[in-house]
Design a protein around this ligand. Structure first.
Ligand SMILES: [Cu+2]
Length: 147
């Protein structure tokens, strides 16, 4: 195989993996997870643009509500116990929370592609932290996993 046709083959594969094969990821809403009580799991998730996220009401007394998205990015606001599926096309950081358990640190971070809005996300997280009484370090820990 010549180097040009090999390169074409690799480009074709790369294109197929980013456009045709968008992945679905699942995030559970839990009373008790590996990060402790009242947690999303996984609470930090890095995905590709166009991937789909499904929030599963594994335990029922929770919701998922996006509170910070990239410019033109999707936002969502699920009811209590609602299974929510969103497709995230816009690159950047998304922050979300469980409304009744924000004070207990039930928050999560999704990174889609490049984190061009990381500084804005950190500023928003700072404001959220004022409403978090328990598990105050979670949000920062999740944001520290962004790269
Ligand atoms: Cu909750």
């Amino acid at each position: 195989m010549s180097s040009i046709s090999l390169r074409s083959a690799i480009l074709a594969l790369t294109f197929a993996s980013t456009s045709a094969l968008a992945a679905n990821h699942q995030i559970q809403m839990l009373n008790q997870g590996k990060d402790g009580m009242m947690a999303f799991e996984p609470a930090f998730l890095a995905v590709a643009p166009g991937d789909t996220i499904t929030f599963l009401p594994t335990d029922m007394a929770h919701n998922t509500h996006s509170v910070f998205s990239p410019v033109n990015g999707t936002s969502w606001n699920g009811s209590m116990g609602e299974k929510v599926t969103v497709t995230l096309d816009e690159e950047g950081i998304y922050l979300y929370q469980c409304d009744p358990h924000l004070a207990l640190g039930m928050v999560g971070v999704i990174q889609v592609g490049n984190a061009g809005n990381l500084e804005g996300a950190k500023q928003h997280a700072q404001a959220m932290s004022e409403h978090i009484a328990v598990n105050k370090t979670r949000l920062e820990q999740y944001l520290n996993q962004v790269n």
